[in-house]
Design a protein around this ligand. Structure first.
Ligand code: 2BA
Length: 111
């Protein structure tokens, strides 16, 4: 058995869950936060037999879109007398479609 961990954008999460559950995959949704943008994203845990991992990844690929996000990054900028103030400036990053990890499951119980 494998555990697929998929980090997706919040905007894609509900469509993806619907698509996966329609195809009879079991999904657990976690509310997570990206370390770089420090904004919310969604992590889905999907436990499946190894033969169908590729089917799960295909669904994720079909649903999740790439998007551009603007992020304001504090950059050290010297102003005037050189007092060392920090001026934020916006940078564009491309986020997604999805970041997917596939892990081996050692043991699985439903008790
Ligand atoms: P964040 O860490 O908030 O990153 C959002 C997006 O910012 C990333 O999109 C990437 O385009 C950019 N980014 C991240 N770190 C960067 C850096 N050091 N310099 C420049 N740009 C950077 P994605 O790569 O699509 O990642 C989306 C989310 O997936 C990430 O949100 C994070 O929550 C997760 N993630 C990605 N790679 C991961 C990894 N190796 N381990 C754990 N989580 C990961």
């Amino acid at each position: 058995m494998k555990l697929v961990l998929a980090i997706v954008q919040d905007d894609d999460a509900m469509d993806l869950i619907e698509e996966l559950t329609d195809k009879n995959f079991r999904v657990t949704k976690l509310a997570t936060t990206g370390g770089f943008l420090k904004s919310g994203n969604t992590t889905l845990m999907i436990g499946v037999e190894k033969e169908v991992v590729k089917d799960v990844v295909k669904v994720i690929e079909d649903v999740c879109k790439r998007r551009k996000e603007m992020v304001s990054t504090p950059a050290p900028t010297t102003i005037g007398s050189g007092s060392g103030m920090y001026m934020p400036y916006p940078i564009e990053v491309e986020v997604g479609g999805a970041t997917v990890f596939v892990l081996d499951v050692d043991q699985f119980y439903k008790v």
